[in-house]
Design a protein around this ligand. Structure first.
Ligand SMILES: *Cc1c(COP(=O)(O)O)cnc(C)c1O
Length: 475
């Protein structure tokens, strides 16, 4: 019991007594003693702080049940997974901050198998001795790109690093000034080249680079020629870039390897699915590239990985670089990648089977019909605090793919009228983020906009709308 006056703080029961309460035993069974002790300590400290700030009344009796409830709530909060599902209604299908590609069930099952059972990761089942981990996916990559050999590392940044570090350390690589890309702040081609130990030789200008610029830069210090796909921007107007085939011929003339960093790099022709063309590793190899690097979790629709395909002799040199060990992928990545690559064997089934492709090619009419279905429920949930209307929007592929070509889509815009539009849009956005499965949209022109292209689980979206808490601030 808490008494009034200065003795009140002494009336808070001891931690020991509280941990012996029957109701606390239930919490210990569920969460384990260390977490429960920590939570109980934190609750007691909060109560003492409230008493000393006089925000709690010292004359109110200590309430065991209330204390246990507070501990339970704290434990529930603190043991929620930090990495949790969200609705990606940003309009960017491959959103780096939201985990890029969604993977098919086949991949999830393959990962679960590889995680929970011993597997022949680096074990040759025929010979009974040591095997090579990349072999599990190499045959698929070779088949899908026409390369002689393939290798897998942690992401495409690692792929570019490994290629340059192996083939160009302490030597020069000429790169067009129009291709010195930055992807999402952390990946800058000049920085990666410096860390890989090779010297960037900038050639040409931002908008125009010619074959003679490459030819003029070649010296005994040159290690390779390189072309970087400008995945997340486009230079328009008076421009010139050198075609892969011409660069390949120049490289061959000087006995230099020709490297292409494709970034996204799709394994099939996207035009077959009604989408804009995206360069494929097969095209680059056919044009004469010796090594091509691309991401596993961009358009390919698989796990985070960096894929390197090309000439067997060069791939073997990459494999022998000690850095390969530091950049290698684990069994979960390989299991997911193998399952995804296998889907590409049947291009007719691919569209339905691969979530990235299914979402990107989702028919506009289907998204519009979904918006019509959701509108009444959204309006009901907002209960007049804000308006909701259907808007035409444009989805983008994201993660540095096809920056210029946007795909027509449909969304719902939530906004309030009047001068406080912009502030309200930010509050609406935060109310949707506070839902049990946070809804991530974007704020644009004074409205919170949800692009419905990637809304798969409509029922789950609707079921939680009743918990939306948005109170417009009035003045
Ligand atoms: C995305 C991209 C990278 C980096 O790939 P990650 O898989 O994100 O590491 C490198 N180069 C290009 C051209 C890219 O588009």
């Amino acid at each position: 019991m808490l008494n009034s006056g200065p003795s009140a703080r002494r009336a808070i029961p001891s931690l020991d007594r509280l941990l012996r309460l029957d109701a606390v035993a239930g919490l210990i069974a569920r969460y384990g003693r260390p977490l429960v002790t920590e939570a109980a300590r934190a609750e007691l400290a909060a109560l003492r702080a409230a008493l000393s700030r006089r925000t709690a009344r010292p004359d109110v009796a200590f309430d065991d049940r209330g204390f246990v409830r507070a501990c339970a709530a704290r434990l529930d909060r603190e043991t929620q997974p930090s990495l949790k599902p969200v609705f990606n209604l940003t309009g960017t299908v491959l959103h780096t901050n939201l985990g890029r590609a969604l993977m098919p069930q086949e991949a999830a099952q393959a990962v679960a198998r590889a995680m929970t059972r011993p597997v022949n990761l680096e074990f040759d089942l025929e010979g009974g001795d040591r095997g090579e981990r990349d072999l599990h996916v190499e045959r698929w990559l070779v088949r899908l790109t026409g390369a002689e050999a393939a290798l897998v590392v942690n992401n495409n940044a690692a792929a570019v690093y490994l290629v340059l570090n192996t083939l160009a350390q302490k030597r020069e690589v000429p790169v067009s000034r129009g291709e010195l890309i930055e992807i999402g702040g952390a990946f800058r081609m000049p920085d990666i080249m410096a860390r890989a130990g090779c010297k960037l030789r900038e050639i040409g200008t931002t908008n125009r680079t010619h074959l003679k610029d490459y030819a003029g830069a070649i010296s005994p210090r040159t290690a390779a020629l390189m072309k970087v796909h400008t995945s997340n921007y486009a230079i328009h107007g008076f421009t010139a870039a050198v075609a892969e085939a011409d660069l390949a011929a120049l490289a061959r003339k000087h006995a230099l390897p020709f490297i292409v960093d494709l970034g996204s790099g799709m394994l099939v022709d996207l035009e077959d699915y009604g989408l804009p063309h995206e360069p494929t590793p097969r095209e680059s190899l056919a044009a004469g590239a010796d090594v091509v690097t691309f991401s596993g979790d961009k358009l390919l629709g698989g796990p985070q990985a960096g894929l390197i395909v090309g000439r067997a002799e060069l791939i073997e040199r990459l494999r022998r670089n000690p850095m390969k060990r530091a950049l290698r992928v684990d069994k979960m990545t390989l299991a997911a990648l193998e399952a995804v690559l296998k889907l590409y064997a049947d291009p007719r089934r691919l569209q339905a089977a691969l979530p990235t492709l299914r979402l990107l090619s989702r028919p506009l009419a289907e998204i519009e019909a979904q918006a019509e279905r959701l509108l009444p429920a959204l309006r009901a949930a907002l209960a007049g605090t804000a308006g909701a209307e259907i808007v035409a929007v444009k989805s983008q592929i994201g993660s540095g793919s096809l920056p210029v070509d946007l795909v027509a889509s449909c969304g719902v815009a939530v906004s309030v009228a009047g001068k406080r539009r912009n502030a309200a849009a930010a509050q609406i956005s935060s109310a949707f983020r506070a839902l049990p499965v946070p809804v991530i949209g974007r704020v644009k022109d004074g409205a919170f906009i949800m692009d419905l292209r990637c809304l798969d689980d409509e029922a789950e979206f609707l079921a939680q709308l009743g918990e939306l808490k948005f109170e417009p601030q009035r003045h």
